[in-house]
Design a binder for this molecule. Structure first.
Ligand code: BEZ
Ligand code: FE2
Length: 406
């Protein structure tokens, strides 16, 4: 049993003072310190600096560890030149990426990320994800639009999935990802969705990321036409955008990007209980525009903020990502947006990923971070949490203290 002695608790974006936390794997009691000491006299008491706040550890729902070796290899500014540069540099990026992936995972921990969703294209990140201190939702991805390759690709996907299922550590969860509507054959999509559904695994897919994707799926035209003609001898997209969404009926899914969706698609996303993952830095760097957050909120769709991978970001720091989002959505009410962003990387992300975490309440797993505010908390704290990048003094995952120097 541990008792965390703190000045403040951040609960549903409200600052609570005068209470501390008692926890083992889960949070057991929230009460004044002297009361907790009476109930649990043998507990280990953890003192924190004055004006410290405990909040839920952050959840990065969408990251590609396998491309962690990128710093300056890839071409930014527009989606298609970036995609060509990924294909061109794939071998260089993958080579020696083990250390880069470990470093990326560690940096996420340093910046307060206690759970992440890893989109794994090749399974090369499995060992790093297994060894990570965080909770990991390990999304085995299917990719490949050619019908002739579908059986072989499905077998490869199944063997990667089985490898992830064989990992039995606390806080490690296998899951399924579909790369995108333009890059996966519908037969393959159906099979992968069925596997996710039967096993109740979280499911994720990139969707409507670029203007080129919109044009290719709607009209079989644009920059993807050249790409598919040249590289795969294809004249037509393998899915339409609505046909793709229909495949996910009744299987709530995390759709990443959704920058170029239309009204009908938002409606369908809402109706089917899907969530949207918003990656503002990636969208900006790849010239994809920005998510219409206003429309997403008007439709009442759950949305999360995430970093994407280091192939389209310079950091995997959710405080930085939220800061960029705060400036990107310039017409939104500042405090309300700050609160929504913090929810999006805690309680909303936990619910979308089916994790028992993301808020400080009884019974939730004790995935916690303690920040040194240096000053007293104000009612605008959500804004300052995003802007200030406060020093994190303690991290706990599933109730265990995490030493970041190990
Ligand atoms: C494909 O197999 O169709 C594909 C793979 C990667 C990127 C784009 C398309
Ligand atoms: Fe991604």
């Amino acid at each position: 049993m541990k008792i965390l002695n703190v000045s403040y608790i951040l609960q549903n974006n409200e600052v609570i003072s005068g209470k501390s936390l008692a926890f083992e794997k889960t949070i057991l009691k929230i009460a004044p310190l002297d009361e907790l000491l009476q109930i649990y006299p043998d507990a280990q008491v953890i003192d924190t600096p004055a004006n410290s706040i405990v909040m839920p550890g952050l959840i990065n729902a969408h990251v590609h560890l396998e491309f962690s070796a990128n710093k300056t290899h890839l071409k930014y500014g527009q989606f298609m030149p970036w995609l060509y540069s990924v294909i061109e540099n794939r071998e260089d990026l993958i080579e020696g990426s083990f250390e880069a992936m470990k470093k990326a995972t560690h940096k996420m921990l340093q910046s307060g990320i206690t759970s992440f969703g890893a989109i794994s294209s090749h399974g090369m990140d499995l060992e790093v994800a297994e060894q990570a201190k965080q909770n990991v939702v390990f999304f085995n991805e299917v990719i490949g639009s050619q019908a002739t390759m579908a059986d072989a690709l499905l077998d490869d996907f199944k063997s990667r999935l089985a490898a992830s299922e064989s990992i039995k550590r606390e806080g490690f969860y296998p899951a399924v990802a579909i790369h995108s509507p333009y890059s996966v054959h519908p037969a393959l999509i159906k099979k992968a969705i069925e596997i996710a559904w039967l096993n109740k695994y979280p499911l994720s897919a990139h969707y409507m990321e670029s203007p080129a994707e919109r044009q290719w799926l709607d009209k079989n035209k644009g920059e993807f036409k050249t790409f598919f003609n040249d590289l795969l001898k294809q004249d037509y997209a393998v899915n339409t955008s609505t046909g793709f969404l229909e495949l996910f009926k009744d299987v709530p899914t995390l759709f990443t990007h959704v920058v170029h969706a239309n009204e009908e698609e938002y409606k369908e996303i809402k109706e089917q209980g899907h969530s949207i993952i918003h990656c503002p830095i990636s969208n900006r760097l790849l010239g994809n525009g920005s998510l219409d957050l206003d429309a997403v909120q008007k439709h009442g769709i759950r949305w999360l903020c995430a970093t994407d991978g280091l192939s389209s970001n310079y950091t995997l720091n959710l405080f930085e990502e939220m800061k960029i989002a705060l400036f990107m959505h310039k017409d939104a009410n500042l405090l309300e947006l700050a609160k929504a962003l913090l929810n999006s990387v805690t309680i909303e992300a936990a619910q979308a990923l089916n994790l028992n975490t993301g808020s400080i309440e009884l019974g939730k797993n004790a995935d916690l971070i303690v920040l040194d505010l240096e000053d007293e908390a104000t009612e605008q704290l959500p804004i300052h949490l995003i802007l200030q990048q406060y020093v994190i003094s303690h991290r706990f995952i599933n109730g265990h203290f995490v030493n970041i120097d190990e």
